[in-house]
Design a protein around this ligand. Structure first.
Ligand SMILES: Cc1ncc(COP(=O)(O)O)c(C=O)c1O
Length: 455
């Protein structure tokens, strides 16, 4: 049958099946270059992933050198020096708050393994009925059946709902559109207290783990909970012997201006899921890190954790993790991320009076903007306009790639973009990026009648 898509010369099964994709032929620093030589600022570092910047020779060398020594051994049967070194460096980076690390191939797998570790912990602690996972609406935890079931981003779940087990979600910590109609002055952490209600209704003996992103990723583009939120969550988890798992797939490895986002709050999670920036943007790798007491419980009882995938703990990926951590320290990039994040926020505030800019939020180099049709009422655009997709497309025309998403208003509508550039970005480059956004915002975006899809 004849292929009628816009990609009819391509055999790739793309995300947007009818889009003509720009082909990126090379990348350097914060820039991507397409096959015609046009330059784009990578303002989101892919999906908030390329933390170190593109085209680093030492990263390529580390992969090449490791591949020559040993590229693969199975973690069920062997350990290997890069695996041991990467686990040690990661624990050291947490000041040994985390003591053991399980490497996987990406963020979704990390979330799945983290939930399985919680299950195994409770089994080995003599509490086999503790199986339920509670997470939050307007969250994203990955795309497999488990991770998507715990995800609360309505649009990402909808096509696959029939395959998802029925887990419960509590309201997000989303101050701009507080589900409890509170303001920061009247807030009593109702969204955190909702966890206690959910645990009680589910039955504390049935709840295994509460899963949350410490700072929201693409489903709320940089929503940061108020001080005290996670402290309250931690108290509730402790009270009911529910483990606290942080999905730091996006926020981990320096993205928020600290090595791990939990360091911004007075809490340490029982399970920490990592991905994206863990490989610096050079290798698909994720990890689950746990404090010693979680591992000890399993070691002292069943002594086995029978989960994981073939590529887990492979020496190539682990060599990249060690190099990524060294690179972050050697170039003081976490601190730089904090400083450049502040500068970016300062520049973005210039857009705060724009009639379509509803909220500017975030931390470190994770800075989101939410757009509204009416600033006063916070009325969202009709999703049929796919406003944020149009805005991102205009930015591309003007030489900047930026991630966008929707669904922040209870999964029904809402438009956002998120800046998450490599940590090496400088002030002049930030000025240029914000200027491109400002120019794009001033176009009559809704007059373009191309068909934009959003999710
Ligand atoms: C917070 C969060 N968790 C999990 C994932 C899933 O990671 P991956 O796409 O590497 O499987 C993502 C990806 O966007 C994410 O942002």
């Amino acid at each position: 049958m004849k292929n009628k898509s816009a990609n009819d010369t391509s055999h790739v099964f793309h995300f947007f099946l009818n889009r003509k994709y720009v082909s990126i032929a090379r990348a350097e620093g914060i820039y991507l270059y397409d096959d015609t030589g046009k330059r784009y600022i990578d303002a989101s570092g892919g999906p908030i992933l390329c933390n170190l910047g593109h085209g680093l020779e030492e990263m390529a060398e580390v992969i090449s050198e490791q591949a020559k020594k040993v590229s693969y051994v199975h973690r069920v049967d062997f350990t290997n020096p890069p695996l041991e070194a990467a686990a040690h460096k990661l624990c050291k980076a947490s000041d040994y708050a985390m003591d053991k690390v399980f490497f996987v191939s990406g963020g979704t797998e990390a979330v799945e393994i983290g939930v399985k570790i919680a299950r195994k912990y409770h089994l080995d602690n003599g509490k086999p009925s503790k199986t339920r996972v509670i997470s939050r609406w307007q969250s994203y935890h990955g795309s497999t059946a488990g991770a998507l079931a715990w995800t609360g981003a309505t649009g990402r779940r909808s096509d696959f709902l029939p395959y998802l087990h029925d887990f419960t979600h509590i309201p997000p910590a989303y101050c701009y559109r507080c589900w409890f109609n509170k303001t920061p002055e009247t807030c009593n952490f109702e969204c955190a207290n909702a966890l206690e209600n959910e645990i009680l209704c589910t039955g504390p003996d049935n709840v295994s783990v509460f899963l949350a992103e410490p700072v929201s990723g693409m489903s709320l583009c940089g929503a940061v909970p108020g001080k005290g939120y996670f402290e309250r969550i931690r108290e509730i988890c402790n009270k009911y012997d529910v483990l606290l798992m942080f999905d730091e797939v996006m926020t981990g490895m320096g993205r928020t201006g600290k090595m791990f986002a939990y360091e911004h709050f007075d809490v340490v999670p029982d399970i920490l899921a990592l991905g994206k920036g863990l490989g610096g943007g050079y290798f698909p790798i994720g990890a689950v890190a746990v404090p010693g007491y979680i591992h000890q419980k399993i070691a002292d009882n069943s002594g086995m954790f029978g989960a994981g995938h073939s590529w887990g703990g492979n020496p190539l990926g682990c060599a990249v993790v060690s190099k990524t951590i060294d690179y972050l320290y050697d170039h003081d990039l976490v601190d730089r991320c904090h400083k450049m994040g502040k500068y970016l926020d300062h520049k973005l505030q210039d857009l705060s009076t724009h009639p379509l800019v509803g909220d500017i939020r975030g931390i470190g180099l994770m800075r989101g903007i939410e757009f509204v049709e009416d600033k006063k009422t916070k009325k969202t655009f009709d999703p049929k306009y796919a406003f944020s997709a149009r805005l991102a497309s205009e930015c591309m025309k003007q030489g900047m790639f930026i991630e966008y998403s929707g669904g922040c208003d209870r999964g029904q509508s809402g438009d956002m973009i998120m800046f998450g550039p490599p940590f090496i970005i400088n002030e002049a480059q930030i000025d240029e990026a914000v200027e491109i956004l400002a120019q794009a915002l001033n176009k009559d975006l809704l007059s373009d009648n191309s068909n934009f899809l959003t999710f």
